[in-house]
Design a protein around this ligand. Structure first.
Ligand SMILES: NC(=O)c1ccc[n+]([C@@H]2O[C@H](COP(=O)([O-])OP(=O)(O)OC[C@H]3O[C@@H](n4cnc5c(N)ncnc54)[C@H](OP(=O)(O)O)[C@@H]3O)[C@@H](O)[C@H]2O)c1
Length: 215
């Protein structure tokens, strides 16, 4: 934890979603590290133009120096991460398998397991939370609102570890959204592409009534 007592945020993936989440995190006071596969030097322009105050880092530094690590890169590369670095880390899996965009990938076509459960199996010593994957990057800053404002947009949160989920919930709320606990990680299926919740702007009450999961 840093001085202001907020968890340190590490974003892996510096594209549309990673940049939007890093920007919003900075704006509400978090310390933010961000990385991509090409190394910190490649992020200089991005930082100077869009993310002043963020720290460009290697992927491994992003993991080791962050309390919450956000995965915001193409899902098919998740096994490029080093699982040993993730012991005890809270991991926000914001990635999606979306065949029209990613192409058909046999590994993710198995309907008996969600992509986040695959990530959890691979990062076995982390606490993986599925969230922030079902909002478009350009709506993060635009739709963020102060706590319990009118029109407060719901963001679903699924995970197996209660404490990690509470930390993720506090983070989502600090970003400006109404976190809705959807229960265990497997329920992250409710947030995947081609579901009612994916890309839907709705209130927490509406999300709860549409999912009716047992927490
Ligand atoms: N765009 C959205 O609105 C949105 C919303 C919700 C969820 N998502 C999900 O978020 C993920 C990223 O989407 P995006 O739209 O942000 O993609 P994007 O704009 O193409 O950005 C992908 C980023 O990941 C980096 N990257 C690629 N391979 C990497 C690796 N092996 N390790 C670390 N970084 C790597 C890329 O940089 P380098 O190639 O230089 O490494 C780039 O910075 C996807 O799973 C997507 O489904 C996207």
């Amino acid at each position: 934890m840093v001085k202001n007592n907020l968890p340190r945020i590490g974003v892996i993936g510096a594209g549309r979603l990673g940049t939007a989440l890093a920007k919003q995190s900075l704006s509400v006071g978090y310390e933010v590290r961000i990385s991509n596969s090409r190394g910190p030097e490649s992020l200089e322009l991005l930082l100077s133009v869009l993310l002043p105050g963020a720290i460009a880092a290697t992927i491994d530094e992003t993991i080791s120096k962050s309390d919450i690590v956000i995965l915001a890169f193409p899902l098919r590369y998740y096994k490029s991460l080093t699982p040993q670095l993730f012991i005890g880390k809270i991991v926000i899996d914001a990635m999606n398998y979306w065949a029209p965009v990613e192409g058909d990938i046999a590994e993710f076509a198995d309907a008996t397991i969600t992509s986040s459960e695959m990530v959890q199996q691979y990062l076995h010593d982390a606490h993986v939370i599925k969230t922030l994957n079902h909002i478009a990057y350009n709506e993060i800053e635009e739709h963020a609102l102060p706590l319990q404002s009118k029109g407060y947009r719901a963001i679903g949160i699924a995970g197996d570890d209660r404490d990690a989920k509470l930390t993720a919930m506090a983070y989502v709320e600090a970003l400006g959204f109404d976190g809705v606990d959807l229960g265990v990680l497997k329920n992250g299926a409710l947030l995947q592409p081609d579901t009612r919740l994916f890309n839907a702007r709705m209130s927490a009450d509406s999300m709860k009534s549409q999912t009716a999961v047992r927490i």
